[in-house]
Each structure stands twice: as C-alpha cells, then as structure tokens.
Design a protein around this ligand. Structure first.
Ligand code: ADP
Ligand code: G3P
Length: 502
C-alpha cells in the first residue's frame, strides 16, 4: 500500500448514478464504484431525486471505490466533487432535513412560471447578467416553484431557517458535518442568480425570483480547499475537499480543452457541447448559453455551451420503454445493419427542446415512416438524432464564436458507440476524437482537486496526460451530408408545430 499522498478521489454525482473514482498521479483509474438511484416522475415531464438517497449513494460508492483501489486513505491528497448541475435542494440549516425532493435539471416543474416571467425586460436582464435565459432548466425557477407550492417554505426561507444548494453544496455541507455551505462559480452560474461578469450574487435577480440571500452558499473558485471531509466518512482521515465544478465544465477540464476554440461534447443522458472562449464571456445571439468554464486563483475562463436535453437517454428509452434493445450497446449493430435511415428521422424532444431552440412545450416526434420501415431504421434514427442535435448547436456556436472547429473531443457513455462517433464526424465534417479515459468528468474534478493539493503542478502537465483512443475522420460526401441534415431540419420544424401544455 502506498504511503505517499499521491492519489485523488473524484466524486461524480450524475443524473442517474453516483460514481466515485480513485486516480493515481498519472491520471489512471485505480479503483471505482458506481450506484444508481431512484428517478421519481411525479407527472409527465417532471423529475425528482431524494437528496438523502443521493448522499447515501455517494458515501457507499466512496467506501467501495477505496476498497477496489486497494489504496490507504492516508495516501489520498484531496477529494474533488463534480455534479449534475442546476438540480435544486432546499434544506433546514439546523436539522439538515430537505423541505422537498430535489428538483432535477430536466424537470419542467417551473415551465409555466417561466412563461409568466418572460418579457423583454426580464429576458434582457437575465441574459446580460447570467448568460442564460428564463427556462425551467435553471435553479432559481425551481426555488420559486418550491416557494409557491410547498407550504411554509417561503416563510421559513425569509426567516433565514433554510439553505439552498445545488448538489455540490448539498454534498459538501453533509460531508463536512454541516460546517461548510459553499458552491463553486460553475454551479453558481447556473442558478440564474449569479452575475457572471462581476462574479457575485445579483440583488436585482434575487428580487426578480424572490430569493433571500441568506439561503445562498458562498461562491468559491474551482480548485482550492473548501473544508475537510469528516474522518468518520473516510476511514478516519479528514482529507481536504479541494475541487468543485459542474459536470460539464469538469469534462471540459478533463478533456484538457484549455485553449480558446477547443471544444468537447459529452454524450450522456443529455448532450453538452462546450467551447472554451478564453477570458472573455461571449454572449450568444444564437440560442446558446454563456458560462464560466472555471475559476482558478484569480483567473476566470468562460465557455459557450449548447445543452441538449435528450441524447443517450433516447437509447435507454428504446431499451426500457419500447423494449427494442437488450442493452444500449446493441444499438450499434442494428444501426449498421440498416445501411441508411431510409428517410426516418426521430426528434427526441421528450422534455421539450433545449439549445438552440428552447421550446419547452414541444414533445418527441418521428417522421418518414413507410411500410418498409424496420426496427433497424428506428434505432438508427435514434442514434442519428444525437449527431444532428450536436450539429444544430455546433453551427450556432461557430457563428457566435466566429471560430471554425478543428476537432471535437468526445466523451460520455453513448460515444462508446463507434457508429455514433463516425456518423457524428460525417454530419459535422469535423474529426471526432475519443480519449483513452472516457470518464473525463471525474478526471476533470480530480485534476482540479489535484492542482490544489499539489499532485499536479500546472495545466501543461495535465494536458500531457491526455491520450487518444481513436479518431473518427469524416468520410461522407458533402451532398449526402447536407441532404441528410436538411431532412433533420425539416423534421425539427414540423415537431415545433405541435405544442402541448406543460
Ligand atoms: N454503446 C452505446 N450506444 C448508445 N448509447 C449508449 C451506449 N452505452 C450507453 N449509452 C447511453 O449513454 C447513457 C449513459 O452515459 P453516461 O455518460 O453514463 O450518462 P450520465 O452521466 O448522464 O448518467 C445512457 O443514456 C445510455 O442509454
Ligand atoms: O448528469 P449528466 O451527465 O446527465 O449532466 C447533467 C448536466 O449537468 C445538466 O446541466
């Protein structure tokens, strides 16, 4: 067993599971554990989690991962946390008891409330200060929903009895025994309450959403010590928690996208394309979000983000909902067998459309069915939808940033699929490159913690650890590419004609 402090533990608290990974100083995974937890769907389009179950899943996987790694807790220099962003927890500052389930990022609880809040003035204010837009995706709308719908919550918050946090805050508060109520800039920036330019909670936005400042966490950088995990949770060692970032920003860091113009796309439940834009916060005019990439020391860097709500989860739906697949990876063979899409397009707008459309009251649709349509075409259309949605956001991003992408660094469960990766390269006409370590989210959190703990010296050292698994180069001719993509654009147009009440 190693005695030097040269390991870093990363907690990756995701939408469907909690994962913990133990990394060594070469950035290699030496142990890991993962646990799924309950997804609660109280109504169509609504998603909730139990905050205490999330905490338990983290504590259990933390122990399991350390056992699997066979390293002593005394060799761990620090813990990094990365998390599903925007998901909202409100709890009692004395007892730690949540006032409600966590309201999850994709959930449409606050969609109607957002419709009432939107006008040219509020939209301008929000866009200029936060880089976001008024959508049920973001935390402040979920807090407002809790105030309006859960008895006594607004009053208790006004009396200073309650705390708010995204999942990182909830975890740090609990892991430190209720001592530390913090978040980092990347998570704060997704609340709709944080001015990303001045880098502080914004009084006008607090007033707009009716949120008392007393319930908000202190906002810190991404790579510094926030507090120490209680020894009882970590084999008797109170190791520092010294890295925090939202999962998509952590993946950007884990992919070593450190230069302006570098971009990564993570194909998980949803799909999140982030392009590093340097120290400049560019406000999008094409339906994208502006978001801090990280703050390290006194330097804040920014990214443009295209958030797609449904990507890998369309494959989960084929597997669990339609029972068309035994396992997600079987989708590749079906798609290849189909040969082409046979004119079939699937628009998986299960919880509305995110970037660049931002239409919460549309739902999924499938087009181009004929008597000859087979299961293979259906599955292929589902996989192709991830690539088309990515093209939608990349086209918008290239216009916003004025930068032509040279390559796309890809990660996440669904890009393990070679068909998807190749088709993505073809539809973008840009090489898609997959790193050896596909778990870049956890890796990013580990790097941020490891920089603070002194395991890695600087980003140059980290960039050298990035290693290629496979590069998918575009093979499709441009006539076919544009014909396919124009079919997709017509399918999206038609989907947006059919509105539901949400
Ligand atoms: N080989 C595959 N082909 C296509 N989709 C896949 C494949 N493997 C996993 N997926 C999809 O990827 C998602 C899991 O990716 P992951 O990065 O673990 O997601 P998250 O972090 O959002 O929970 C699931 O939605 C699953 O359906
Ligand atoms: O948990 P993931 O990987 O689906 O990511 C969720 C995003 O952070 C939501 O903004």
């Amino acid at each position: 067993m190693s005695r030097e402090r040269d390991h870093i533990v990363a907690i990756d608290q995701g939408t469907t599971s909690s994962r913990v990974m133990v990394f060594d100083a070469e950035g290699r995974v030496v142990g890991k554990a993962q646990r799924e937890f309950e997804q609660i769907f109280p109504r169509p389009g609504w998603v909730e989690h139990k905050p205490r179950e999330i905490l338990t899943s983290v504590l259990v996987t933390l122990t399991e991962a350390m056992h699997n790694a066979e390293v002593d807790a005394s060799s761990v220099a620090g813990i990094g946390i990365t998390n599903q962003r925007e998901t909202t927890v409100v709890w009692d500052r004395k007892t730690g008891e949540p006032v409600h389930n966590a309201i999850v990022w994709q959930s449409r609880h606050s969609a109607e409330l957002c419709r009432h809040m939107r006008n040219s003035e509020t939209e301008k204010l929000v866009r200029e200060r936060t880089g976001l837009l008024i959508d049920a995706y973001f935390s402040a709308t979920k807090i407002k929903w809790l105030f309006a719908n859960v008895e006594g919550v607004r009053e208790r918050a006004q009396k200073g009895e309650l705390l708010f946090g995204t999942i990182d805050s909830w975890l740090v508060w609990n892991l430190t025994g209720g001592q530390v109520h913090v978040t980092d800039i990347t998570n704060a920036s997704r609340t709709l309450l944080y001015d990303i330019h001045r880098q502080r909670w914004d009084d006008d936005l607090l007033e707009l959403f009716g949120v008392p400042k007393s319930m908000l966490p202190e906002v810190r950088g991404c790579s510094e010590e926030y507090g120490r995990i209680q020894a009882k949770h970590f084999f008797g060692h109170d190791v520092p928690i010294c890295g925090i970032a939202g999962d998509q920003q952590a993946a950007l860091f884990g992919q070593a996208c450190f230069e302006p113009g570098m971009a990564k796309n993570t194909y998980g439940t949803g799909c999140f394309l982030l392009m590093h834009t340097g120290e400049e916060a560019r406000i999008s005019t094409h339906g994208l979000l502006t978001t801090p990439a990280w703050r390290i020391g006194d330097t804040t860097e920014y990214a443009l983000e295209g958030s797609v709500f449904v990507a890998g989860s369309v494959v989960q739906w084929l597997r669990d909902g339609l029972r068309m697949l035994g396992k997600a990876s079987d989708s590749q063979a079906y798609a290849e067998r189909a040969g082409d899409n046979d004119g079939v397009y699937m628009v998986p707008a299960f919880t509305g459309l995110g970037a660049p459309y931002w239409q919460s009251d549309v739902r999924g649709a499938i087009f181009g069915l004929s008597r000859g349509t087979q299961k293979e075409h259906f599955i292929r259309a589902a996989l192709e939808s991830m690539a088309y949605q990515t093209r939608d956001v990349l086209d918008a991003m290239q216009q916003d940033a004025g930068i032509e992408l040279k390559e796309l660094r890809a990660d996440g469960g669904a890009i393990a699929n070679d068909f998807t990766a190749q088709f993505q390269a073809d539809i973008l006409d840009v090489p898609v490159i997959r790193p050896k370590i596909n778990e870049t989210t956890a890796l990013g959190a580990a790097y941020l913690a490891g920089l603070a703990a002194g395991v890695w010296r600087d980003r140059e050292e980290i960039a050298k650890l990035w290693a290629l698994d496979r590069c998918f180069t575009p093979q499709m001719n441009s006539v076919r590419r544009e014909a396919l993509y124009s079919g997709w654009q017509r399918a999206v147009e038609a989907t947006m004609q059919y509105r539901v009440e949400d």
